[in-house]
Design a protein around this ligand. Structure first.
Ligand SMILES: NC(=O)c1ccc[n+]([C@@H]2O[C@H](COP(=O)([O-])OP(=O)(O)OC[C@H]3O[C@@H](n4cnc5c(N)ncnc54)[C@H](OP(=O)(O)O)[C@@H]3O)[C@@H](O)[C@H]2O)c1
Length: 341
């Protein structure tokens, strides 16, 4: 396992983070604790959760696991998030000072800690002035309740706006962005990667295996019946849309070929590709079972050759064919620094 700094901060985290969205839902407490143990034994130090995962049970499981062995827990760099509704009270949602204060205290209580290293706003929200949320986060840092803060699911202008507000007021800057990013979903390269890079945010990709697609376990035209994410009725439409998309199967073909040449799994190669992207700080692994985590962890030992990376880049390249992203907004990157045209 290799370690990288959390964005422009001085804190170091393992390049594979552990996502815990399934804890207390599809993954029971015993297996969740076994996953945490295996992750830490493999050198992992960075655990991602949120107040809404399994209605708070994910945080509670992590809290009990940390309490059982405080020495081991001390090595963990812990994150949580707030923004989505935690009840039907109209104030138990969003990024207002009121909701964030209550949500943070509730997360600290469930996790059994008095400090969360990285607190993330789970998504942009239209109602609350940016100043209100960022002032709260700066206060929470000064109060010693959180170490840093970051954003999740923000667009480029939202990152630039929020980072500008923090800088203007002299408040602590954001350090990370947690977006969806994987070989089937590279939309963030349109401008979010540039915005994050300009602002000094490290990227923490979620759904690095596209919810399991990039493990190669799905076959074209065969609908899964039970036992995995895309068997759920609410995910059928997404599953069918991917099934119809020729590009998905072209990407999976290349992935399978590269995996064969490394005697690796397709999932490991998909994770290694993300790890090779310079903007990525730590890839958030999702594992429903201990076996899945055990299969995915060795991704950190795989080095892709330049040719393999280029091949994967090419087949999965996002299509930016709409003005201005088709050329105008991107042409400066190719401006010659010397000589005339
Ligand atoms: N900020 C956000 O808005 C946001 C959103 C989503 C997730 N996240 C974070 O990111 C983490 C990871 O997201 P994700 O769960 O979507 O990641 P993912 O890696 O794309 O998908 C994980 C799922 O893929 C399947 N899988 C994983 N390894 C496998 C293997 N070796 N063989 C076969 N199947 C395998 C499992 O699902 P099945 O076995 O059920 O098929 C597993 O639950 C979450 O836990 C959470 O912490 C954040």
């Amino acid at each position: 396992m290799r370690y990288r700094t959390l964005g422009t901060s001085g804190t170091v985290v393992s390049e594979l983070a552990l996502g815990t969205m399934t804890f207390g839902a599809e993954t029971d407490e015993t297996e969740s604790c076994a996953i945490l143990d295996r992750y830490v034994d493999g050198g992992g130090t960075f655990v991602d959760t949120a107040d809404v995962y399994a209605g708070g049970r994910s945080e509670e499981i992590i809290g009990r696991w940390m309490k059982a062995d405080p020495g081991r827990a001390d090595r963990i760099v812990l994150t949580s998030k707030a923004r989505f509704p935690t009840s039907d009270d109209p104030n138990d949602v969003g990024v207002s000072r009121r909701h964030l204060a209550r949500a943070l205290d509730a997360s600290l209580r469930r996790l059994g800690v008095d400090y969360i290293d990285l607190y993330q706003l789970h998504a942009w929200e239209q109602v609350t002035p940016v100043e209100e949320s960022l002032r709260f986060l700066d206060d929470a840092i000064r109060a010693g309740k959180i170490g840093y803060y970051g954003f999740s699911n923000y667009t480029g202008w939202q990152i630039a706006t929020a980072a500008g507000v923090a800088a203007r007021h002299g408040w602590a800057p954001p350090v990370t962005l947690q977006p969806q990013y994987n070989l089937l979903s590279r939309g963030i390269e349109l401008e979010i990667v540039d915005a994050a890079s300009e602002t000094g945010l490290g990227i923490l990709p979620w759904s690095p295996l596209a919810g399991g697609w990039l493990t190669g376990k799905y076959q074209r035209g065969v609908l899964p019946t039970t036992g995995n994410r895309y068997a759920k009725p609410q995910d059928q439409a997404a599953r069918e849309e991917r099934d119809r998309d020729d590009r998905v199967w072209e990407i999976l073909d290349v992935l399978a070929r590269v995996a064969d040449s490394h005697s690796a799994t397709q999932g490991q190669i998909a994770l290694a590709w993300l790890l090779s992207r310079p903007i990525v700080t730590s890839v958030i692994l999702g594992a429903r079972t201990l076996d899945q985590l055990t299969q995915n962890l060795p991704a950190s030992e795989i080095e892709l050759s330049d040719t393999e990376r280029e091949e994967l880049d090419r087949v999965s390249a996002p299509r930016f064919d709409e003005y201005p992203y088709s050329g105008w907004a991107r042409q400066d990157r190719h401006r010659p620094l010397e000589g005339g045209r």
